[in-house]
Design a protein around this ligand. Structure first.
Ligand code: ATP
Ligand code: MG
Length: 332
């Protein structure tokens, strides 16, 4: 198994600023796997990105603009108390979002700020592949000004209108030599400018690339990829099941974060423990794909009570198209 990240071959996302490095408290560092959202800027000490707790297996998300940050904090707190209050819909939602460990105040760039302490969805991954997919044709919330609404409608137009999805960023490990199952991998990172330029076909091709499904590999690697895609599909369908019955919330500008460990695409036993004809039996004990594949909902700065207790059709439209894209990858 590869033990460390390999050379960066292609990088559009900005590297962590070299000048004016942010001042962080002991034990915390910038989240290296952050692929989208607000980030640190070398010339603006007020711009803050996500942090990672070295030892704790959690990430720290700074509270955004006052009303957005408080809304997201209230959302996580409402999930934390659900269940005890007999609110089953909310209790079930807990399984589809990162675990929440409460707010935490930290001094960053010489100013105290409040962070949400969240489960790190990339923890224990040696070669984390991470994709942020924003869900919904409509990404402006009920309180948006006409200006904000116009701004949102002008972004990611092609994919958003056709699929109800857009792609603010991702990183993926790819084999250096596409024809071989080489140990050596390189990382490809893409940000929002790439996502904004995508056509629907381009979006689908990018999904194939992200799941290491655009190159031909050995039989064992193809079986591992199928395991990955089936697991992503299963987790997405679980989320959809929740949306079909819930009437509590409507989610605007929220994302699905898809994470998997590239290093686990090797040496996976085949689906259902069955061997393909002529293949060697896997030596390692199979571990559940849910230990190296995680699909969770994130970013709840624009979550509102469901209007007229209606289902969230806007979110479900995008989620169903994502499910169709994954199904097409499984069958191709
Ligand atoms: N729980 C998590 N585990 C691992 N990575 C995460 C987690 N939450 C967020 N990230 C990373 O940080 C990025 C940005 O997260 P998020 O969308 O919540 O922030 P944001 O867009 O800056 O938020 P906001 O719109 O509220 O200002 C994600 O794309 C992902 O790479
Ligand atoms: Mg976001």
């Amino acid at each position: 198994m590869a033990k460390k990240e390999q050379d960066v071959v292609d990088q559009e996302l900005p590297p962590p600023p070299a000048r004016n490095k942010p001042t962080l408290p002991e034990g915390f560092r910038q989240l290296k796997t952050q692929v989208a959202g607000h980030n640190f800027e070398s010339i603006n000490a007020e711009a803050i990105g996500l942090l990672q707790d070295y030892a704790g297996g959690c990430v720290l998300k700074p509270l955004g603009k006052p009303e957005c940050g408080e809304r997201e904090l209230r959302f996580y707190e409402s999930l934390a108390t659900a269940g005890a209050l007999g609110d089953n819909d909310l209790a079930l939602l807990r399984g589809h979002v990162p675990r929440f460990y409460g707010p935490l105040k930290l001094v960053v760039n010489h100013r105290e700020r409040t962070f949400l302490r969240l489960e790190d969805l990339t923890r224990d991954m040696l070669q984390p592949c991470v994709m942020d997919v924003k869900v919904g044709k409509r990404t402006w919330d009920p309180a948006a000004s006409p200006n904000k609404r116009q701004l949102e409608e002008g972004k990611y137009v092609q994919c958003k209108q056709a699929l109800g999805l857009c792609l603010p960023g991702f990183q993926v490990y790819l084999p250096v030599d596409a024809d071989q199952d080489a140990e050596k991998a390189s990382i490809l990172r893409r940000g929002r400018d790439y996502g904004k330029s995508l056509s629907v076909e381009g979006f689908k091709e990018t999904m194939a690339l992200f799941f290491n499904a655009s190159t031909s590999h050995s039989k064992a690697r193809r079986a591992a990829r199928e395991l990955l895609l089936q697991e992503v599909l299963r987790q997405l369908q679980d989320i959809l099941k929740w949306f079909v019955s819930q009437r509590v919330y409507h989610f605007y500008a929220s994302s699905l974060l898809i994470c998997y460990d590239y290093s686990r695409l090797k040496n996976q036993p085949t689906l259902n423990g069955h061997r393909h004809h002529g293949e060697q039996e896997a030596v390692d004990a199979p571990s559940s794909p849910s230990t190296w594949v995680r699909v969770r909902m994130i970013d709840f700065a624009h979550v509102y009570p469901a209007e007229q207790a209606l289902p969230d059709e806007n979110y479900m439209f995008g989620l169903k198209s994502l499910i169709e894209v994954i199904q097409a990858l499984i069958h191709r």
